[in-house]
Design a protein around this ligand. Structure first.
Ligand code: FA5
Length: 348
């Protein structure tokens, strides 16, 4: 084989490599093509055997041509091998992919409990009337729950509230508040008049469960103190509040009553919506449902918190939130608020 023949064979093999390598679709085919281009029996390898017949001056040139051919083909093979390997890997990943996007079971979103909704609505209503919102602890001392509210130890009016005591401090000193009225005392101790606050919160009593009573319930306390506040202001406030909260279908009335911390005191009733006033088991046949107590702050309470009863007067009220919700939404048993039956809760 002459040098010219060797060069022409290498050139035609290089053309073959240029067109066939890029056309290979699999690594196996590429390997077979590599063997046919560079393997022991490949034409380019066989030309090596012909080197010995060449002129000694021509041998280096033939060697260079063969080296250049091998380098060219190897570079092309490596590039194509990488492309095919990457494509094979991508295909494997695509095939191995697991679809985890299963349709999910929708979970119902919760919402505020009806009592929380009532509390927020009442807070908004009173904020609109110029009140601020105050808070106090549910575990109280005898001083705030009774004594500062004009009920010294052994005062008979203490029996109006069946109290749950906590085993802390001296016997009878710490208790679960029976009403939100202790917040009145805490607010007045920390503020100077004039003031207007509402204090919603949970209360506890050793009451037997019936349609309108539960041992745990919520109240909303109101307190307004300033110069020249009168019973007329209290009555006007209760009237506007009833209209705003219950709407025109419900009427209210004030009845004389007794609370040690207010003088005069009253009880505040609204029409029983279950019998519309004719009397039923929910309203104990009277046609009215008591919503809360109220009155003018007793001068002794002002003295207990360091206010001058000659200078300021004020009124206070305390409503049961469950009772208000029962009247507004026609819920005949207080138990519904605590049963946590979603069929009930979802209605509000
Ligand atoms: C009081 O608790 C007074 N602190 C209210 C008050 C405040 C009077 C400020 C004067 C000035 P009474 O015990 O009546 O009052 O309770 C008020 C309201 O709380 C009741 O009308 C009722 O709506 C609600 N309530 C009382 N006990 C329970 C109970 N066991 N379960 C559900 N609601 C109750």
């Amino acid at each position: 084989m002459s040098l010219a023949e060797i060069e022409s064979l290498l050139t035609s093999e290089q053309h073959r490599a240029d067109t066939e390598i890029v056309a290979m679709r699999t690594l196996n085919d590429l390997e077979a093509l590599e063997r046919s281009l560079l393997g022991k029996t490949a034409p380019a390898s066989l030309v090596k055997a012909a080197f010995k017949d060449l002129d000694t001056k021509e041998r280096p040139e033939a060697g260079k041509a063969l080296g250049a051919f091998k380098h060219h083909v190897t570079v092309l093979l490596d590039a194509r091998r990488q492309e095919l390997a990457a494509a094979a890997a991508a295909q494997r990943i695509a095939e191995d992919r697991i679809d985890v996007t299963m349709p999910s079971r929708p979970r119902p979103l919760g919402h505020a409990h009806l009592i929380a909704q009532v509390r927020e609505e009442l807070e908004d209503l009173f904020i609109g009337m110029g009140y601020e919102v105050a808070e106090g602890p549910e575990v109280e001392t005898d001083f705030y729950n009774f004594e500062a509210l004009n009920m010294p130890a052994s005062h008979p009016a203490r029996s109006m509230w069946d109290t749950l005591y906590v085993d802390l401090g001296d016997p009878g000193e710490v208790l679960l508040r029976t009403h939100t009225s202790p917040v009145q005392v805490r607010v007045m101790q920390n503020r100077t008049p004039p003031l207007a606050v509402v204090a919603p919160g949970r209360c506890y009593r050793r009451d037997t469960l019936d349609a309108r009573h539960s041992p745990v319930f919520h109240q909303l306390e109101g307190l307004v103190v300033g110069e020249g506040i009168t019973f007329g202001d209290l009555a006007g406030t209760l009237e506007s509040f009833t209209r705003a909260y219950f709407g025109p279908g419900i009427t209210s009335r004030l009845r004389p009553s007794y609370f040690p911390f207010t003088e005069p005191s009253g009880e505040f009733d609204v029409t029983c919506i279950f019998c519309e006033g004719s009397g039923c088991s929910v309203c104990s046949q009277v046609g009215w449902i008591e919503i809360g107590g109220c009155g003018m702050v007793d001068p002794n309470v002002f003295e207990a918190v360091g206010y001058d009863p000659e200078q300021v007067t004020g009124f206070a009220f305390g409503f049961g939130l469950e009772r208000m919700a029962q009247m507004r939404f026609g819920i005949d048993h207080i138990r519904a608020f605590f049963d946590n039956d979603v069929r009930f809760l979802e209605q509000f």
